[in-house]
Design a protein around this ligand. Structure first.
Ligand code: FEC
Length: 310
């Protein structure tokens, strides 16, 4: 019989319904409930986004399903892959996914996060929780740390940049500023020598090279509303700065995200677009990877390589 390998596919998670926003937000805030104003503000953001209130849930479901199909399509007869979801801030939580694997008799598993770049504060946190639960459950689990320079990831992102550039008038196209973005994190990750900023720049550089785009910058987005300093410059400030430099056309490519969700559909498509409009700028955004077969192959390759490493 074929050996069954469990694949723990980890993602950020999103509320299941409007009344679940409060526990979700409380979980993100490590147990401290939001004020009524904060809760209202987040609820309003969810209600404003296009494509349903919580598109991340279905997008993650589709990605997990497509990854399982991709893995099994190229697997040898001696292995079969079964994917389990583990979410950071919502059910099924990372621990639930591991428990389900144990209940199904899985002994060996690979973990992967639906985010290409490693930070101790992002992917590192997912992996820590998965490993702790796997140890309790007696599952041998090894995890992919990052896949930010996989050639097919660069190809998929480059295609999107090329595609989106066509949305600008041909005479403007060579003056478009490409802004690669990712979720900001508290600045203290720099003192820890965290690879996150460098990995994001490496992805951005590789996509720029492949598309022969020389007019690009990197900006952070979606910084938390807390009192500690976050990595900058923030995209909204960069748009103001570009305005003073007479830039009139901007293409945002959120390389740190792989799905349509709040941080893309609100922070970019509503908030950044509003700023751009006020500044009389033409702003476009590249499409998210979602279930692009190239992205599914990136994940499948990373999982099989991790399995071979043991
Ligand atoms: O569509 C959805 O329902 C979920 C969208 C969503 C994604 C996402 C990805 C990342 N986050 C990262 C770090 C932080 C840190 C804090 C933080 C706070 C929030 C809040 C919401 C939220 N995040 Fe998130 N994040 C998403 C949603 N995130 C909502 C709370 C309200 C707000 O601040 O806007 C600050 C926590 C604190 O208060 O201490 C830090 C990172 C990623 C990208 C990597 C990954 O996907 O794991 C890093 C999607």
């Amino acid at each position: 019989a074929a050996q069954t390998i469990g694949v723990l596919v980890m993602s950020y998670g999103t509320p299941e319904s409007l009344d679940q926003i409060e526990p979700y937000y409380t979980h993100i805030r490590r147990g401290s409930p939001p004020s009524p104003e904060q809760l209202q503000e987040l609820t309003d953001r969810y209600k404003a986004i296009v494509g349903g209130v919580f598109p991340l849930r279905e997008n993650t479901n589709r990605q997990v399903q497509a990854l399982e199909e991709t893995l099994n399509a190229s697997a040898s007869d001696s292995v079969r892959f079964v994917c389990y979801q583990g979410l950071k801030h919502a059910a099924p939580f990372i621990e639930d996914g591991v428990k389900q694997m144990a209940a199904d008799g899985i002994q060996r598993a690979v973990g992967i996060v639906l985010a290409p770049h490693y930070s101790v504060m992002s992917v590192g946190g997912y992996i820590k929780r998965a490993k702790e639960e796997a140890e309790r459950a007696g599952i041998e689990l090894s995890c992919v740390q990052s896949y930010h320079l996989h050639p097919l990831l660069i190809e998929a992102l480059a295609k999107r940049v090329e595609h989106a550039l066509e949305r600008f008038h041909s005479e403007d196209r060579n003056r478009v500023k490409v802004l690669f973005t990712a979720h900001s994190l508290p600045e203290r990750i720099l003192e820890m020598g965290d690879p996150y900023p460098e990995q994001l720049l490496a992805t951005s550089r590789a996509v720029a090279e492949r598309t022969q785009v020389s007019n690009w910058e990197f900006a952070w987005q979606s910084a938390g509303r807390t009192s500690v300093p976050w990595l900058g410059p923030d995209i909204l400030d960069v748009l103001e700065k570009l305005h003073t430099e007479q830039v009139r056309a901007v293409l945002v490519c959120p390389v740190g995200f792989v799905s349509d969700h709040l941080e893309v559909l609100y922070d970019l498509d509503i908030e950044a677009k509003q700023t751009a409009k006020r500044l009389d700028m033409h702003l476009e955004r590249t499409e998210s990877l979602n279930t692009d077969p190239l992205y599914m192959q990136v994940l499948a390759d990373a999982v099989t390589e991790q399995l071979a490493k043991g």
